[in-house]
Design a protein around this ligand. Structure first.
Ligand SMILES: [Zn+2]
Ligand SMILES: [Zn+2]
Length: 331
């Protein structure tokens, strides 16, 4: 085990036990620093001078560099039990991410930076899903702006040609009547469509169910984004109420993936609904909904949740090779 892998495993196990994303990030940052070290034993004192490496991470690097399992990691592994290994294996099998934003809508970084970060994480593909027109507060893309973005993505892929592919997509608002907030011909041109509710989240269960059913059955829709809309940090927001059995059954029938949204303030769907969707036979997209490059790392928390309820890689479209993802989409 390299120091880099030891640190990433620790990050994963901390997520597994629900540590704060900021604590987890410290280990990812140290892992990046460790990647540049020459192979062979290194001294803890020496690596402490590296950017992002503190006393704890320096000890981990030094112990792993001699080929032994760092004590801190061994302790976390013993406490986490065997299920955590399944979660780690799923996270390691990740091929992509279906939900991320750039500065074209409410993300903070250019799409080139988001693509570079996804590629650096080892993803084969990632889907750029900026917001749709009605979400004006998030600078949703008009049809014209989306068309320009498609050209920008095509240019980026042509320029790189290194095996990684940025896929075209959208996080499309599901309007009150269940229709989608973008021109249909444009939706048909996108690689992946994530559909999410961002308005009237407190509707009665009847109308909300009808709204979600219409969206997940729409042939353009591939993923149902953060299905309950809940926020679990800060002032929070209660989850939307709907007939989950009906919606998840429709997702399973239509082949629409239910998103496991990894944002720390969302963690959507909640555990009970995640179990219900799994029982309904749904497939899932483990998505970060990243608005910054660093947030693409949040994905492992979603894989940990998937492993906890026994989901295998076949049910998780974010572990699929690009060819399978796109073949499934067109079929
Ligand atoms: Zn959203
Ligand atoms: Zn989003």
């Amino acid at each position: 085990m390299t120091p880099d892998e030891a640190l990433r495993r620790i990050a994963f196990l901390l997520e597994w036990r629900g540590a704060s994303p900021y604590r987890v990030r410290a280990f990812h940052t140290a892992a990046e620093a460790a990647r540049d070290l020459p192979p062979g034993p290194v001294d803890a004192e020496r690596v402490r001078g590296l950017r992002g490496v503190g006393p704890v991470t320096a000890e981990v690097i030094a112990q792993a560099s001699t080929g032994s399992v760092p004590r801190y990691l061994a302790r976390l592994q013993a406490e986490a039990g065997p299920d955590a290994e399944a979660g780690w294996a799923l996270a390691a099998a990740s091929t992509g991410d279906c939900h991320l934003h750039s500065d074209w809508s409410d993300g903070g970084s250019p799409l080139e930076d988001m693509a570079a970060a996804a590629r650096a994480l080892g993803h084969q593909w990632a889907v750029l899903t900026d917001h749709s027109p009605r979400l004006t507060i998030a600078h949703g893309l008009s049809p014209d702006r989306l068309r320009s973005q498609l050209r920008a993505v095509a240019a980026l892929n042509a320029e790189r040609g290194d095996g990684f592919r940025l896929l075209t997509g959208i996080e499309c608002d599901i309007l009150e009547d269940g229709s989608l907030d973008q021109d249909e011909d444009l939706l048909g041109r996108l690689d992946i469509v994530v559909a999410s509710v961002h308005s009237k989240l407190r509707s009665e269960p009847g109308p909300m169910t009808a709204r979600l059913l219409a969206a997940v059955r729409d042939p353009h829709v591939d993923v149902l984004g953060h299905c309950t809309g809940r926020l679990i940090t800060g002032r929070g927001r209660p989850q939307s109420r709907f007939d989950a059995e009906a919606v998840f059954t429709a997702c399973a029938e239509a082949g629409t993936a239910v998103e496991i949204n990894c944002r720390p303030e969302r963690r959507d769907p909640p555990d009970d609904l995640l179990l219900q969707a799994a029982a309904a036979g749904c497939r899932f997209a483990v998505d970060t909904d990243a608005h910054a490059p660093d947030q693409l790392r949040w994905q492992s928390s979603g894989y940990a949740r998937a492993a906890r309820i026994g989901l295998g890689a076949d049910r998780l479209i974010t572990t699929w090779p690009l060819e399978r993802l796109l073949a499934d989409r067109s079929g």
